[in-house]
Design a protein around this ligand. Structure first.
Ligand code: ZN
Length: 219
């Protein structure tokens, strides 16, 4: 047990759901916080609510739709844009929502503090780095310092998946006994299809490759 209470930044995808169960193992009270940020697939939020209920944790949701209005050209929030199937060789992918993790974690910190919670959990990972700068360990450490300077000195941001690849993330789910929940009930697909997803978007490809690698290793 690490502490009393934790708040999980919770999208209902593979990573944050794995983190939700990790938090349940390490904290006696867990709160899941989801965000409406103008994503195309708003059913993501309904799904997150159901997953939190199944995990028997408190759940809440914040509307931060203004984030998608701050920048244009993101294929996760702009319905006129297609999501590319391949990662661009340079620059960030069109699915990058600038500032998303910074906003989510900053808002989560203030929200959590109000509930007397100072442990924050996020499912970001540097290993399967998708080209998102705000998934890097250096960003998380920097933001932790900033939150402690700006809001309260006690915050701890936990990143249980930071150095795991997708295969190891599957392994973690399996070891916690939640493989089927993660595999069939979470939504990671950029095209909004639950479980194994559409199969061809970059997110589905990463998820499937990890699963195949893990199943190979387990044999
Ligand atoms: Zn997909």
């Amino acid at each position: 047990m690490i502490g009393e209470s934790a708040l999980v930044v919770f999208s209902g995808g593979q990573d944050s759901t794995t983190c939700l169960y990790w938090a349940k193992k390490n904290f006696s009270r867990v709160v899941a916080l989801s965000f409406i940020y103008g994503q195309k697939h708003v059913k993501e939020v309904e799904l997150a609510k159901e997953l939190a209920k199944e995990a028997n944790v408190e759940w809440d949701c914040m509307d931060v739709s203004f984030i998608s209005g701050l920048s244009t050209g993101c294929s996760l929030t702009d319905t006129s844009l297609q999501i590319e199937e391949e990662k661009p060789a340079d620059g960030v992918p069109s699915t990058f929502v600038p500032g998303r993790n910074m906003f989510f974690l900053s808002i989560a910190a203030v929200y959590a503090r109000n509930k007397g919670i100072f442990d924050l959990v996020t499912g970001v990972s540097q290993t399967d780095f998708s080209g998102y700068p705000d998934c890097r360990d250096s960003f998380i450490k920097s933001l932790n310092v900033t939150l402690n300077l700006a809001v309260d000195e006690q915050f701890r941001i936990h990143t249980p998946l930071m150095w795991l690849d997708k295969a190891q993330t599957w392994q973690m789910a399996d070891e916690m006994g939640v493989m089927n929940i993660i595999r069939y009930k979470t939504l990671t697909c950029y095209n909004g299809i639950q479980g194994d997803g559409c199969g061809h978007c970059p997110s589905c490809q990463l998820r499937r490759k990890g699963l195949e690698k893990y199943e190979q290793q387990r044999k």
